[in-house]
Design a protein around this ligand. Structure first.
Ligand code: FAD
Length: 299
C-alpha cells in the first residue's frame, strides 16, 4: 500500500502531525519504536502547555495518541532502520518495507552519554538514564544523579521520594534548571549537592558500587558509595540513519527551518530532531502542524 504520509516518531511532534494530516483526509502511518508520547511520557508533570494547567506526561501522551487515532491515523510499534528517497519514499523497519508520498521525521532526541570509562560496563548494572523507568529498583538505596538541567533536577526530586540518599553531582556551581525546581531540590533533607565536580571513575564488581568525583577547581577527589547512578546530562538527536538522504548539522540535528522542509523534496523534519533554538512541547506541536499541512498540500 502507498501511504500519503508516513511519520517516523510518535512523540508530540509526530502525533500532532498525525492529527493534522489525518484531519486533512490523508492516509497516515506513524512508526514508534519505544514509548508513545516520546520524552514527555516519563515526566511526572507538565505545567506549561497552554490551556492545560497541569497534566502528567503519561496522560498527555495517552491523549495525543487517542486524538491522532480518533481521526484515522494508524500507529505501528516498529523501529525505522533506514529510509530511501525516490519517486516515492521508502521506509524500512524491523518489520518490513513501507512506501509513502511524503515523509515526516519526528524522531526527537536521545539521552547523551557521559563518555566516561566504565559507563558502558555498568549500563543496566547500576547506571541508568531514566529514573521513572528504573528508580524503583533503588528503593531505600543510595544513588547519585549527574547533570545541571531541568531533567537532572526532576530526576533527583523524583528519586528523593524513593531512595535513602541522593547525591546530585554537577560540574558547575550553578544550575541551568528552572530556579523553582532547584529551590525545591535544596529543601530535600536526603539530597546532597556535589557541585563543581565531575565523575572521574566508576568502581564495582558485577554491579556499580561507587563513583570517584573530582572537584574541577581543587582537583580534590571523593568516593561516593552508591548503588545507582542516573545520568541526565542532556540529549542528542537520533538521526544517524538519515545522514545519506538529508542534510544534518555537525551535531546531527536535521537542517530545517520554520517551514520544516529538509534538503530533500517531500521530506520534512518536525520537533526536537531539527535545528532550532527552543525544544519544548509547544514548539514540537507547532512543527508537527506546519509539516503536516505542508506535506498534505500537494498530494
Ligand atoms: C524529563 C523531561 C521533562 C520535560 N518537561 C517538559 C515540560 O514540562 N514542558 C515542555 O514543553 N517540554 C518538556 N520537555 C521537553 C519535551 O518533552 C520535548 O521538547 C518534546 O517531547 C519533543 O517532542 P518530539 O516529538 O520532537 O520528540 P520526542 O518526544 O523525543 O519523540 C520522538 C519519538 O520518536 C521515536 N523514535 C526515534 N527514533 C525512531 C525510529 N528510528 N523509529 C521509530 N521511532 C523512533 C522515539 O522513541 C520517540 O518516542 C521535557 C523533556 C524531558 C525529558
Amino acid at each position: 500500500m502507498l501511504y500519503d504520509i508516513i511519520i517516523i516518531g510518535g512523540g508530540c511532534a509526530g502525533l500532532t502531525a498525525a492529527i493534522y494530516a489525518a484531519r486533512a483526509g490523508k492516509e497516515v502511518l506513524v512508526f514508534e519504536s519505544d514509548a508513545v508520547g516520546g520524552q514527555i511520557s516519563t515526566s511526572p508533570k507538565v505545567e506549561n502547555f497552554p490551556s492545560i494547567k497541569q497534566i502528567s506526561g503519561a496522560e498527555f501522551s495517552d491523549n495525543l495518541l487517542a486524538q491522532a487515532t480518533s481521526f484515522g491515523a494508524k500507529l505501528i510499534a516498529e523501529k525505522v532502520a533506514e529510509i530511501k528517497d525516490g519517486e516515492t519514499k521508502t521506509v524500512i523497519t524491523s518489520g518490513g518495507e513501507y512506501e509513502c508520498k511524503r515523509l515526516i521525521i519526528a524522531t526527537g532526541v536521545k539521552h547523551r552519554k557521559l563518555g566516561a570509562d566504565g559507563e558502558e560496563d555498568y549500563e543496566g548494572k547500576g547506571v541508568s538514564y531514566c529514573a521513572v523507568c528504573d528508580g524503583m529498583f533503588f528503593r531505600d538505596a543510595d544513588v547519585a544523579v549527574i547533570g545541571g538541567g531541568d531533567s537532572a533536577v526532576i530526576t533527583s526530586l523524583y528519586l528523593s521520594n524513593i531512595c535513602k540518599k541522593v547525591y546530585h553531582i554537577h560540574r558547575r556551581d550553578e544550575f541551568r534548571a528552572e530556579s523553582y525546581r532547584v529551590n525545591e531540590l535544596k529543601t530535600k533533607s536526603n539530597v546532597e549537592l556535589v557541585l563543581s565536580s565531575n565523575i572521574s571513575s566508576f568502581e564495582g564488581d558485577d554491579f556499580l558500587q561507587a563513583v570517584i568525583v573530582e572537584n574541577v577547581n581543587t582537583k580534590e577527589q571523593r568516593k561516593l558509595e552508591i548503588d545507582g547512578l542516573f545520568i541526565s546530562i542532556g540529549y542528542s538527536p537520533d538521526s544517524e540513519i538519515f545522514k545519506d538522504v538529508i542534510a544534518l548539522d555537525n551535531e546531527g540535528y536535521i537542517i530545517a527551518g520554520e517551514d520544516c522542509k529538509t534538503s530533500a523534496d517531500g521530506i520534512y523534519a518536525a520537533g526536537d530532531c531539527r535545528t532550532k533554538s527552543l525544544r519544548q512541547l509547544t514548539t514540537a506541536a507547532a512543527d508537527g502542524s506546519v509539516a503536516a499541512v505542508s506535506a498534505s498540500a500537494d498530494i
